[in-house]
Design a protein around this ligand. Structure first.
Ligand code: GUN
Length: 296
């Protein structure tokens, strides 16, 4: 069976359109423009690319983008002061501190200094706790994008067996919480999991988020399962640079019912969901109805 390809690029474009529509209505009806502040410390090249892309897409959606670029040797006190200023700025509805931070800065301390209602990454311990207890929270962007694609493809996920491979705070753990929230039976697998192939073979839904190129071969995939590949790994093949996921796409696509490609699957959904979270945060801050279909 040849799998259906879940086109994340096209889906992300529809999310961005919905966001832009909502932004336009907020301006027209309430004279409010959502604003997203991104803080970048240092000059990590990959982070610079992400931050540029975030700023561009924020403006394209009609929102205000505020960029704060700080030197790599910025002190913790100075960074905390920038976050505090953004927490108190009514024009800023979402704050994102780009990770990783330089080694001398305590990431947990910085993330937990962001006002939870402006934490559009959903990394603050308050949001982690709210998500874990099924309460309204800000939801991390990449897992939110995966959930949107799964809901779009399946409708209801209720009763499905889901395996999340990877236990990171950014993807694996919140993904598992979201799937549980949609009434899946959820297993979180990781590097110490025994009989990983057999665990994955039970799954109706496989979310791979480990960061190891093509570590999931096709023969681990149950016939007809839905495979969401969060991995973005740069490798050299046949003398060329190539982006591959955590799943071996060619062999998995022969068994899966549906699969996300790399690139063009989960990747584009992350920034689209960041924009969605910014609109959601703006609506909540102003006591307005949240956009339909853009939250968990
Ligand atoms: N670095 C890589 N991905 C992310 C993300 O989703 N949020 C933040 N803040 N930093 C990142």
């Amino acid at each position: 069976m040849a799998a259906n390809i879940i086109d994340g690029k096209a889906f992300a474009a529809t999310v961005r359109e919905k966001v832009a529509g909502h932004v336009a209505r907020l301006k027209e009806e309430h004279n409010i423009t959502p604003g997203l502040a991104v803080v970048l410390v240092g000059e990590d090249p990959a982070s610079q690319v992400y931050v540029r892309s975030k700023g561009k897409q924020t403006v394209e959606a009609g929102m205000n983008s505020f960029e704060h670029k700080l030197d790599a040797d910025t002190s913790e006190a100075d960074l905390l002061a920038v976050v505090e200023q953004l927490n108190n700025d009514p024009a800023v509805h979402g704050i994102l501190v780009q990770l990783p931070l330089p080694g001398h800065l305590n990431e947990d301390l910085i993330i937990n200094s962001i006002a939870p209602e402006k934490d559009v990454d959903g990394f603050h311990i308050s949001n982690v706790g709210l998500l874990g207890t099924g309460q309204k929270s800000m939801v991390p962007c990449t897992p939110l994008g995966c959930l949107m694609m799964l809901r779009d493809y399946h409708g209801s996920l209720s009763g499905m067996d889901a395996v999340v491979i990877g236990r990171s705070n950014i993807v694996g753990k919140p993904m598992a919480q979201l799937l549980l929230g949609d009434s899946c039976t959820v297993t979180i697998a990781h590097s110490r999991t025994k009989d990983l192939p057999d665990v994955v073979r039970r799954a109706d839904i496989v979310v791979a988020a480990v960061g190891r190129p093509e570590m999931v071969p096709g023969d681990w995939i149950k016939e007809g399962a839905t495979v969401i590949d969060v991995g973005i790994n740069r490798i050299q093949r046949d003398g060329k640079n190539k982006l591959v996921g955590d799943v071996d796409f060619a062999s998995a696509a022969e068994r899966a019912g549906a699969i996300t490609p790399v690139p063009g699957g989960v990747g584009p959904m992350t920034i689209a969901c960041l924009l969605a979270n910014t609109v959601t945060a703006c609506c909540r801050a102003n006591g307005l109805a949240e956009p339909e279909g853009l939250t968990a």
